[in-house]
Structure formats: C-alpha cells, structure tokens
Ligand binder design. Sequence first.
Ligand SMILES: Cc1cc2nc3c(=O)[nH]c(=O)nc-3n(C[C@H](O)[C@H](O)[C@H](O)COP(=O)(O)OP(=O)(O)OC[C@H]3O[C@@H](n4cnc5c(N)ncnc54)[C@H](O)[C@@H]3O)c2cc1C
Length: 396
Amino acid sequence: MRVAVIGAGPAGAHLAYLLGKEGAEVLLFDARDAWEKPCGGGVTTKAMREFPFLAASDAPKQMVSSLRLTTGAGRSLRLRPRGDFAVYSRAALGRSMRQRAVDAGARLHSTRVGKTRYGNSGWEIETAAGIYTADFLVGADGASSVIRRRMGVHFGLNDFSYALGWHVKPRENGYETRNPHEPAAGHGQVDIKYLPDFTGYLWAFPRTDHLSYGIATKYRETTPADLKARLLDFIALSDSLTAEEIRTADHHTTRRAAFYGAMIPALETATWDGLKVAGRSWALIGDAAGFVDPLTGEGIYYAIKSAELLADALKTDIEEYDDRWRAEFGAELRRASQLQQRFYRSQFAGAPLVERMVQFARWHGGVRRTLRDLIAGEQGYVDLKGTLKRRIWAVV
Ligand SMILES: Cc1cc2nc3c(=O)[nH]c(=O)nc-3n(C[C@H](O)[C@H](O)[C@H](O)COP(=O)(O)OP(=O)(O)OC[C@H]3O[C@@H](n4cnc5c(N)ncnc54)[C@H](O)[C@@H]3O)c2cc1C
C-alpha cells in the first residue's frame, strides 16, 4: 500500500517512521524544512516514558528541574517533576524525527500539498513539484489542516485557542534574573503564570539555546494587543531589559526576540462527541484531528500517540482507528474540555479556583503531588476528583 502523509511534524514524521519500518511505501510531504514551529516544546514525563526514542534522539533538550506556578494574587508553588520532563527546540526535534522516518524508508518531499482528489485509481496529490498518487491519505498538516476541511471534518472558532509569544536568545552575559537566590531563567525552570478572569496561562520554557515565552487563551477571548501587553508584563518580571527591548522595537521583533502567533486546537465537548477522523481511504492525526489537551495545550504526546494508533489500525482494520483513539485518550481530552471553564474561570471559597488550588497545594502534600502529576501527564482528568479525595483523606 502506498500512503501519502501530508505534514512532517511529530505526528506525520512518526507515522512515516512506523509505516516505513513495516515496509509500506510512504510519501511524506512538508511545505517547510524542519522549523521552529510556534510551540513551548515541553514534552511531559508521560510522553518521555512512553516514547523512549525522544530521550534517545540526537535533538538537544533542556531537562526541567522545577516547575513554578504563580497565581494572579502572586502566590507561587514550586514542583519538582518525578521523572524526565524535557523542553525541545522544535526545529531540532523536527529534524531528528524526519531523519528517522527517512532512515526507515519514507520518501520526504519538501513541497506544499495543494489540491487532493480521490478517483478510481486512488488519491491524486497536487504539489508544486508535480502530481503524486497514493492509496491512502493521512492529514498530519497541523491545526489549520487543509486535509481536515477536504474530508468535511468541521471545527468552529470556539474549537481553538490562540497563542502568541517570543523565542528569546540570551544576551552575551546570559539572562537577567530578578532574585539571585532563584535558579536563573534558562536553567531548567519552567514558569507558569495564571491570571484572574483569563482562560489560559503564560509561560517561560527554557530551551538549550533560548527561552520560549508565550501566552494562550480561548480564541477571541481578548485581542492580540492585550495578550502582547500581558506577556510583556510577565517577561518584565524576570527580564526587564528584554521586555523593554521588545516594547520599543518595530513590530515587536528584535535581533534576539522572534515573535510568533498561532492557533491551537481546543475542542469543545460537543465537538469531541461528534468527532470522526477516518474513512476507508483517509485519516487525520495530531493537531489536524484536534488531538490537543484543551486545558494545557499539550499536543506533542497526542500527535505521536495518534500516529501509533493509526499505524496499528492500518495493519488490521482502519475502521478501528476512531474507536482506538477514543478509548486511549478521547475521554480524557473530552473531560479536559469540560473542565476548561471551571478550572480557569470558576470561584471557590471567594477566590478563583486556580488561586485556591495553589494555596491548598502549598500546605497539603497530597494535593501538591496530584498537581505535579497532572502537569507531568501522569494524572488523568477523568479520575482527578477520585485521586484528590483519596489523597486529601489519606493525610488528614
Ligand atoms: C504556542 C504553542 C505552544 C505549544 N506548546 C506546547 C508544548 O509545550 N507541549 C506540547 O506538547 N504541545 C504544545 N503545543 C502543541 C504542539 O505544538 C502541537 O500539538 C504539535 O506540534 C502537533 O504536531 P502535528 O505533527 O500534529 O502538527 P505540526 O507540528 O503543526 O506539523 C504540521 C506540519 O504540516 C505541515 N503542513 C501544513 N500544511 C501543509 C501542506 N499543505 N503541505 C505540506 N505540509 C503542510 C507544516 O509545515 C508542519 O510542519 C503548542 C502549540 C502552540 C501553538
């Protein structure tokens, strides 16, 4: 069988590797060379454990030594990951995963896919470099997937978050830090900040050669100008010179700070309920299928996992793919979409829930462990309430 995979991000590259290894003929298309895709690049403990090839890859990674959560009222909580938690440069990870696919026999075409047609002899795939044919078509073309629309799978604007930020290179003398007793930014500390009345969060992720700053919220909850202003205030807390440099630069782009903005799938509960991402001759994986945690924006794990599930289904029966992703992580992601508003917007005992949660976790070891595991991907949403109840009563 000849399979055309459109998009060579983590989802497409991993699928191409798996199918190539099994001897399938794989055409892997991407419009760009491996690139610094807008992304925190955070790979959770769960992903590192389930996909050992990530740790073994030659892509440089920054291991996370601590996660600091800060609330709108300024309370902070430091968590130490229990297992490996890494931050990758997406360009480096992309190069490594694509090479792995090519080594397994996939043919990588650096060209944008335009129209696709299905006829008596299978798929015809139009690209600037010519027309290719395939028996099976996979849309791994990210959040704004054209293949998804071609297959009639519809996401509304409410099914997305919007994120923007800057990748910032260090100055000659390194990053500025506010407090000499804190680990310097860029040395393994992930910073996450919640804001009152805001469906999302801000982050500073350390990478091996730069810091990735970002802010994400429900699409159209506010304006990009407001998001930029909030993020610059956050950057200024630890690195006022960089914040000032960006504020005064034309179009907010400087020699050291590269701006990005992007959509992230964050499907509503009703969309999860009706979602079907495969037919007899096609399937969607990763962001193209909407497989991102609506609460955290984590998508790399689901991109790789969905590639595995599809590769398995292609060996047995493609009809099983929709059942498999639903059983494997669909219920979790659906639950995350239900919790999104509650987590970020609801009040508990007179304060935002996030505020209370951090406050509680500061003095309760069981809640702290649960929060740490949740962020590391080791604690699910479906059984979150049960775990919390058990741990709270175990200690009291
Ligand atoms: C700001 C931001 C921060 C994020 N932070 C994190 C994080 O810290 N951790 C995490 O796990 N997830 C994060 N995510 C989500 C993560 O980036 C995605 O879930 C992940 O990249 C999905 O992988 P993918 O392979 O499905 O799609 P992508 O990585 O988007 O890859 C799709 C590929 O398809 C190619 N393509 C698109 N259209 C065409 C076409 N017509 N022809 C040929 N090629 C095409 C693109 O060039 C691209 O390379 C973040 C997302 C954003 C926007």
